[in-house]
Design a protein around this ligand. Structure first.
Ligand code: GLU
Length: 501
């Protein structure tokens, strides 16, 4: 039998990284088994659900590379895949339970339920529904319904000592039967309740494995009893320990960035985020944790997922992301970095030459950043050279006003005035000429060169930075890249500002 997994998001906000991990584990398990990954939208809560949220979640799943074989936009044999389009199906199944006496009408008002709950808590009893309407005479029920009174439907939970199931992650799980109050299955406004809709859907969609967050484990006994009442075979369950923040509380907004959309907007790569999420509670074994998603799928087994909660570590995510960034093909790096260059004001609609240059400089900076959007920041020296601003920094001023530094900068201006634009070879020749001209070497030589050409006292290696400056200076106007001042002009401006003739 084909193994069928599903991810069932409620479209009430952005895709949380913890839920993305749930989706990923389902996807990996389905892929591993050559089975199906189904996406179902649980949108029966009309007030909290929105189509924007649904679109965002689906887009984030696609972005992460988690394609589904059945679900919104991909028709299959078990649709529709939105609960709001399945109301008739729930109604029929609820009627069936009602007809068999396995469900009953409940007329209790919200106020009544609340005061029952308080009384139970005060008396130290379980706060579950006390069964007030379970034994209403059929005649009374008919009369009240005919009089237009609104009723919810509740599942008449059978007398059971305990409910037990084998969880693929948690092993044998037992719940005592007497804490399971009769759950609402259809609300008085006709909307199905989660516990009911999820059972009907998972059964009709022939889901073989329900892999979801541990926050749903206490729903599972009710769901199992509903499977039985409806005559369905239950799926195998696996409940994943939650993803925690550094303080070991469930990861939430107060820990900072928690949604896939936010990581995406910050320039994380989908393959990096997916790889990192796979490591939350599972290990691919072997030495290497950085593996392509297909290889993760080849190794993935739900039964190997750990039982303990995992802590979301943004540092480790950044590390994984750096790894993938360094390996990016040139074209993809350019494509990803272009919006960041635009946002920094360094390029608008670059042409072929402009794009080629941006691609080159992006690859110079990629080693030193955590995320693509930080690339332009490393390249600021190209676009924002300003002698006055550099000299306004007291430390830089003190450094360049030393006798040797002044000599180096003077010689640099002279050398550059006499040379063509500097490329890699040109920079090697320049260094040799500068050593001879000044007698300086090492930091005494290179630090003043760095300051004079980049306006900064730190940054990437000069072997990379200097040729990039002059390459940028050669770009024709109209390339869409903000004009870059060349090395010759920079050195001359610096010498002038320091009063070196
Ligand atoms: N719609 C539920 C949620 O987003 C999923 C329930 C389930 O997986 O059974 O939490």
């Amino acid at each position: 039998m084909t193994m069928r997994f599903r991810f069932a998001p409620s479209p009430t906000g952005q895709l949380h990284v913890g839920n993305a991990r749930t989706a990923l584990f389902n996807w990996l398990a389905a892929r591993n088994a050559g089975g199906a990954f189904v996406v179902r939208i649980e949108d029966t809560d009309a007030e909290r659900s929105s189509s924007e949220s649904e679109a965002g979640i689906l887009d984030d799943l696609r972005w992460l590379g988690l394609a589904w074989q059945e679900g919104p936009g991909v028709d299959g044999a078990h649709g529709p895949y939105r609960q709001s389009e399945r109301l008739e199906i729930y109604r029929e199944h609820a009627q069936e339970l009602l007809g068999r006496g396995a469900a009953y009408h409940c007329f209790c008002s919200a106020d009544q339920l609340e005061s029952d709950r308080r009384a139970a808590v005060a008396a130290g009893r379980p706060a579950s529904y006390p069964g007030t309407c379970r034994a209403l005479p059929a005649e009374d029920v008919r009369r009240r319904l005919e009089a237009g009174e609104r009723a919810a439907l509740r599942f008449a939970v059978p007398e059971v000592g305990q409910v037990e199931f084998e969880d693929l992650v948690r092993g044998t799980v037992r719940f005592s039967g007497d804490v399971i109050g009769d759950p609402v299955i259809v609300r008085s406004d006709g909307r199905p309740a989660y516990n009911f809709a999820v059972v009907v859907d998972d059964a009709l969609m022939q889901i073989s494995h329900v892999v979801r967050g541990e926050d749903h484990i206490s729903n599972t006994p009710r769901q199992l009893l509903l499977y039985e009442a409806l005559g369905f075979t239950p799926p195998t369950f696996a409940h994943l320990a939650l993803v925690m923040g550094p303080d070991h509380a469930p990861l939430s907004k107060r820990h900072g960035v928690t949604s896939v959309a936010e990581y995406r907007a910050r320039g994380y790569l989908p393959e990096a985020l997916a790889n990192y999420l796979a490591l939350l509670g599972w290990s691919p074994g072997g030495d290497d944790e950085i593996l392509p998603i297909e290889e993760l799928a080849r190794r993935f087994r739900i039964a190997d997922v750990g039982r303990s909660a995992s802590v979301f570590d943004p540092e480790k995510l950044a590390w994984v992301n750096r790894h993938y960034m360094k390996a990016l093909p040139h074209d993809r790096l350019l494509e990803l970095a272009t919006p960041s260059f635009a946002a920094a004001g360094f390029a608008t609609g670059p042409d072929g030459a402009g794009s080629a240059f941006l691609g080159e400089i992006a690859s110079l900076a990629v080693d030193a950043v955590d995320r693509v959007e930080q690339i332009p920041g490393r390249l600021r020296f190209l676009f924002e050279f300003d002698v006055a601003q550099a000299l306004a920094d007291p430390e830089i001023r003190r450094e360049v006003e030393g006798v040797d530094a002044m000599r180096v900068i003077g010689a640099l201006a002279t050398e550059l005035a006499a040379r063509p634009r500097i490329d890699g070879d040109g920079f090697r020749e320049l260094k040799t000429a500068m050593r001879t001209a000044t007698g300086c070497k090492g930091r005494a030589l290179f630090h003043p060169i760095r300051v004079a050409l980049t306006g900064r006292s730190d940054g990437m290696e000069l072997d990379r930075a200097v040729p990039a400056i002059d390459k940028g200076a050669e770009l024709p106007s109209g390339s869409g890249v903000r004009p870059i001042l060349g090395c010759r002009e920079r050195a001359a401006a610096f010498a002038k500002a320091l009063g070196i003739e």
